[in-house]
Design a protein around this ligand. Structure first.
Ligand SMILES: [Zn+2]
Length: 113
């Protein structure tokens, strides 16, 4: 390949370092967001009482960027056999599942408070 504009650094068009195409022609999917190792994070697990006396187990303290919170919620729901939601970076599992949620997070490597 011959470069038409050899000579100065400004003459090199931005290239994608994955497919080698010019950035404007690149169709690569965006890179996955960086993940923070679970070992470097502390999850706060607690139970809360909601209206009509319903208990929920909440997991907070895990940054939205750096974690696959929807994936984590799915795992916790499966382990607890319960429904749950994910809102503003806080995972919420229906019911009192303090022990199971703590165990599951510990197994994944998170520090649990
Ligand atoms: Zn590319």
């Amino acid at each position: 390949m011959t470069r038409l504009f050899a000579g100065t650094p400004f003459d090199i068009p931005p290239m994608c370092d994955r497919c080698g195409k010019l950035e404007k022609d690149c169709k690569c999917p965006p890179p996955p967001p960086p993940r923070i190792p679970p070992q470097e994070q502390t999850a706060r697990v607690k139970t809360e009482k909601r209206q009509k006396g319903k208990m929920v187990t909440t997991v907070s303290g895990l940054p939205k960027i750096g974690n696959d919170l929807p994936g984590l919620l799915t795992q916790l729901k499966t382990v607890c056999g319960a429904g749950g939601t994910h809102k503003d970076g806080i995972l919420e599992i229906q019911g009192d599942h303090l022990t199971r949620v703590r165990e599951t997070l510990s197994k994944l490597g998170y520090r649990v408070k």
